[in-house]
Design a protein around this ligand. Structure first.
Ligand code: PRP
Length: 178
């Protein structure tokens, strides 16, 4: 596996993002929403760096088949938020943006619920794969179009626990495939 981002690079970036968010949200008690499952490690590190009062919630989307065929209409909510976000300052946390379909649809769904504000934060941006235009407020790293694992990201549910982000080769994709 090829290391794409080291633990140290990620740590520094998380600190940098947390600092920005802290300044903006320290008196706002924001509602921080993680998109499961991939974002859980980034989110955990981010809120511990932010050190401000916030409500923590999660949303889980249903994914259908292989990533490359996901379209916006395929993005459905599997586990919805248990709370009403109307009037709240929402920070949505994603691990990676690929085609952009997930975020575009999720943004639409959340905005219909009338939050006071909505900020989108994504650690990784696989920008070369973008299919739809989506504005992301904070991006950690632009990453190459490789299959990435670690720091929450998986391949067939493997490797989420890696402390760095790695790219898998073709051989590794075959070896660790179903
Ligand atoms: C990943 C990621 C985003 C989505 C991005 O989730 O966490 O939610 O894909 O892809 P898109 O920009 O092409 O829509 P995944 O489906 O791998 O689920 P997981 O987080 O549960 O592993």
């Amino acid at each position: 596996m090829e290391v794409i981002l080291t633990e140290e690079q990620i740590k520094n970036k998380v600190k940098e993002i947390a600092k920005k968010l802290k300044e903006e949200y320290k008196d706002k008690n924001p509602c921080v929403i993680g998109v499961l499952k991939g974002s859980f490690i980034f989110l955990a590190d981010l809120i511990r760096e932010m050190q401000i009062d916030c409500t923590l919630e999660f949303i889980r989307l249903a994914s259908y088949g292989s990533k490359s065929v996901i379209e916006e209409e395929d993005v459905k909510i599997m586990w919805d938020l248990p709370i009403d976000i109307e009037g709240k300052d929402v920070i949505l946390i994603e691990d990676i943006v690929d085609t952009g379909h997930t975020l575009k649809k999720l943004k639409e769904i959340l905005l219909k619920r009338n939050p006071r504000s909505l900020k989108i934060v994504a650690l990784l941006d696989k920008w070369e794969r973008r299919k739809v235009n989506i504005e992301i407020d904070i991006i950690g790293f632009k990453v190459p179009d490789k299959f990435l694992v670690g720091y929450g990201l998986d391949y067939n549910e493997k490797f989420r626990y890696f402390k760095n982000v790695c790219g898998l080769t073709k051989e590794e994709l075959e070896r660790f495939g179903k």
